[in-house]
Every structure is written in C-alpha cells, then in structure tokens.
Ligand binder design. Structure first.
Ligand SMILES: *Cc1c(COP(=O)(O)O)cnc(C)c1O
Length: 407
C-alpha cells in the first residue's frame, strides 16, 4: 500500500465558502453549488497545517498526489480509491517550444488525463458523504475518470456526452462500468439533463464546479509545480481552459502555499487558452467583463475545451487578470500544427488541448506577452494516444526484392 495513504487522519478543512458572496457552509455535509448558484471553495485551518507539517516533511514523502494530504479535504484515507496518482513529469520541449519551455505531462495519470486528479478527490468525498449514485456531463475524459474511480468503490454512475465525443472516450467510459449516453447537443445540454435528474432526487450532480472537491484535486497541479520548481513558481503557465477547474485550482494552491509561508508572493502569468471556435472566456476577457456569455455553435478539434459556458467563469477571469496574464484563442489549424511539431521534433505526443497551449505560447511570444527567457509551463492534459493520428500506410512485401535505398 502507498505509504502516503497508510494513516487514517483528520482533515484540516474548517468550512466551505461561496466563491461570490463568501457565505459560509459547513464541512462534512453534501453540497452542490452555493445558494447564489456559484461554486463553493474549501477552506482550511492553514495555521494548524503549518504547525503539523513542513515543506521538508512533504518532500520526504513519496512524490504522489497524496503527499499533499494535509491540504486536501478527505477525512478518512480509507475512503480514497487510488489508481496510482503519480506526480507528473516536466518534459522539456526544446525544439518545438524553446529553451525554457516545459510540458507538464498529465497524460501519465490514471485514465490518461488530469481529470483523474479531480475525480479521485470528488469520488472519495462522495463516498465519505454517503453518495450512491452520480451523474455527469462530459466531453470525454472526465467521464472516463469518474467511471474508473466510482466503479472501483461501488458507486453507480451515469454519464452523458455530446454525440461527437471522441469514440475512445465513450468506449472507455462504458468499459469502466458506467452507463454512458450520447446526446445530440453540447456539454451544457448534457448538463441540463443531469441537473433535471438531480432536482428530481435521482442522482448527485457531478458537473464541473457543481460539487466542491474537484477543484481540490486539480489544486495539486499547483502544489506539484511549486515543489518541482524548488518552492518558486514558473514565469508563465499556459492552461487549456474549458470549465477552468485546473486554473482556478492552481491559483487557489498558490494562495494557500503563500499563506503557509512555503512560497513568496511572486505568481506566474496565467494564460487561459481556448480554441477560436469556442472562446467565451477570451471574449469576456477582451470586453473587460466579469462573466462570460454562452458561446453559440461551439466547434473545435480540442473536445476537452469545447465548453460554451463555464459556471466558474468569473474565477477564471479574476485569476488571469490578477496574474497579469491573458486569455488567448488559437485556431484548429494552429492546434494541429503544434501537435505535429511536438511529436515530429521533440518526440512528445500531445493531446489537441496540449497542442493549443503550444500554439498559444508561440502567439504570446510573437506578441511580446512572454519572452524566450521566461520559464514557461504548458499543460498537456491527456495522453496523445487517445486522439486520432494520421495514417501510416506503407507496407513491405518481404517475398519481393527490397529497395533498401528507398526505405
Ligand atoms: C477537461 C479537459 C480540459 C479542460 O480542463 P478544465 O480544467 O475543465 O478547464 C483540457 N484538456 C483536456 C484533455 C481535458 O480533458
């Protein structure tokens, strides 16, 4: 058994808080959105964390997600159903990126995407709070991670996805024990079905940011980066933004780390990367709005960021603005070109959303938002192996003479 999970322990969670009104909600109870219809944020007794654990203690532990347990919400480690949530590596992308470009390769996580971080946490909390049936809208990877973890601990799961969700995602969801339905609409149309069933008491709603604990799981990306950079942070982070859980989570992580005295006040510029065919956050950023309107007729090859409307829009926009970063849109051709360049030049297979961050990095470089000396982290959120690749049709007839010069 993983050493980081061997001791049952108390969490340092004090309460939850509405992200827009600050209204307080009790811990250890099942919560969805706040009464104001906005995400709830988990709050900790950070003074108690500081006196119970140090940076050095954390660094002495095995390097997986659970080394951060004092900053996570699970009360009893026996409720955690782990599939091996490793710390993901920072891979240099020297040729297609540049001398100071690192990819945080989240494709190495269970179920092949960083959705595992959020869902391992949310499912553990659902188990802890007695949930027996969960429903979720997904663009693919979240449903797969939910199916894996929920099945593993005996929670019934129903997943709704747009009917053009990548085939492999639909199949892995079904294979891992969930009931999956293709819906003739986008992810927010699927979300409406989940919401209706939840209102009727049929299941618990696991939509992005509609339960409080996925953010806490995604927060570990920020915690890991701090440790990997020697308790400093990179100069810029490029994050492919759909619901924005990861960006919001990392921003929260940095705040908690500073309050613990483990990092200083320096922050990376946060770049929220979207596809030109679905860029509600970029449009709101440029218009100086605090909330983003729904993006109509959303379309992009990067399914994971095809999110027309995000319930945490204002949290994404606030983090990006406070950081001095920007919201950037890149077109599908640039995304595909970036995926190709990383594979052909650096031998790293990115998912399309990861490709979007590389394309956005070059855009930011060209427009002077970052320069080549800046230490930059790009997020590759899922393994490139899940996505279609160009054909490689050459075949050799071994019974005929072989033209070795032509190979
Ligand atoms: C979910 C997902 C995203 C978007 O992540 P959010 O934190 O919801 O914004 C990006 N890329 C991939 C591959 C995803 O599965």
């Amino acid at each position: 058994m993983n050493q980081n999970l061997t001791t049952d322990r108390q969490t340092f969670v004090t309460h939850l808080e509405c992200s827009i009104t600050g209204e307080r909600y009790e811990a250890d109870q099942l919560h969805g959105l706040s009464r104001a219809g906005r995400p709830l944020l988990v709050r900790y007794d950070l003074d108690a964390v500081r006196s119970s654990v140090s940076r050095d203690t954390i660094e002495a532990r095995p390097t997986d997600l659970w080394r951060w347990r004092e900053l996570l919400p699970v009360r009893h480690t026996s409720n955690i159903v782990s599939l091996g949530e490793i710390e993901t590596p920072l891979v240099p992308l020297t040729k297609s990126g540049g001398p100071n470009v690192l990819v945080k390769d989240e494709g190495r996580l269970p179920t092949g995407s960083f959705k595992a971080r959020g869902l391992v946490m949310a499912v553990a909390m659902a188990k802890e709070l007695g949930v027996t049936k969960i429903a979720m809208p997904t663009n693919g990877n979240a449903g797969a991670a939910l199916a894996a973890y929920a099945t593993r601990c005996g929670i019934e799961t129903i997943v709704f996805c747009p009917d053009d969700t990548p085939e492999i995602n639909v199949r892995e969801i079904a294979m891992q024990g969930a009931r999956v339905w293709r819906v003739n609409g986008l992810i927010d149309d699927c979300g409406a079905i989940v919401g209706k069933g939840a209102a009727e008491g049929r299941w618990f709603d696991f939509s992005t940011l509609k339960e409080p604990y996925r953010i806490e799981g995604k927060k570990t990306m920020g915690l890991e980066l701090a440790a990997q950079f020697g308790w400093k942070l990179p100069d810029a982070i490029f994050y492919p933004t759909g619901g924005g859980t990861g960006l919001i989570g990392m921003w929260k992580a940095f705040d908690e780390l500073e309050k613990l005295g483990w990092i200083g006040s320096q922050r990376p510029k946060m770049f929220a990367v979207q596809a030109s065919g679905c860029a509600p956050i970029v449009r709101a950023f440029e218009a100086g709005e605090e909330h983003a309107e729904r993006w109509e007729d959303a379309s992009t090859v990067a399914a994971g960021i095809r999110v027309p409307k995000a319930v945490g829009d204002f949290l994404i926009l606030r983090a990006v603005r406070e950081s001095g970063g920007q919201a950037l849109a890149v077109g599908d051709p640039a995304i595909l070109k970036a995926v190709d360049a990383a594979a052909k030049q650096d031998g790293l297979l990115l998912c399309p959303e990861g490709g979007a961050t590389l394309a956005a990095y070059h855009q930011a470089l060209n427009t002077g938002l970052v320069d080549e000396e800046d230490k930059v982290v790009l997020f590759n959120c899922a393994t490139g192996l899940k996505y279609p690749m160009p054909e490689a049709p050459q075949a050799l007839d071994r019974t005929r003479p072989i033209d070795f010069d032509a190979l």
